[in-house]
Design a binder for this molecule. Sequence first.
Ligand code: URA
Length: 237
Amino acid sequence: MRLEKYLHDLGYGSRKEIARLLRQREVVADGVRVKNGAEQVSETSAVSIDGEAVAYEPEVWLMLHKPQGVITATKDRDHETVMALIPERYARMGVVPVGRLDKDTTGLLLLTNDGQTAHRLMSPKGHVTKVYDVGYEGVLVEDAVARCAEGLDLGDFVTAPATLELLEGGHCTLAIREGKYHQVKRMLHALGGVVTALSRRQFGPLALDETLAPGQWRRLNDEEICALKAATRGGQR
Ligand code: URA
């Protein structure tokens, strides 16, 4: 393929932007300095920009430790979005959040440009489990654990069976399989509580990387991507 396609697929912009990049920065392909976007490269070529290797990986998976106060959307007129926390070139590659966390929710947010797998991960039919750490006020009904296990009636829908674990001091964990709007908050409300803090720590087979501070992100490795895809096919969920 042409070098300009290679760089375009990796989010380096339009043909014009790539022509500028080739003029202004040192792009080397297989040991040769390249200034012309028409030069041929392959997926396995060793390409670098200003000495930094650029791998041809058009499929991107990121794990973000979402902080509070940022909204899960690709654009918003009034608020900072999670897209501001990742490099712009990923947005140009079509990377978007997988589902959403509320503005005040923290924790594990995946972003990808693999729309098909993202859709499967979020589909209630996919049954991929998401685990939340919850802080709440109030006293939950006595049979809260059993009611979650049966599937909780929220009025407009009954949740899939969920696993509630009650902890000390107004804390619990809740594992759910869907991702309906405000689902955890609504479930706690139906059980007699009010959520005061919410953080997602697990999405299917992936746990939030504890080395990521709020606002930090990293690429998923191949093993993690395979595990996620397996989860949508009925592997570990
Ligand atoms: N459930 C909620 O209520 N909020 C979230 O952000 C995620 C799950």
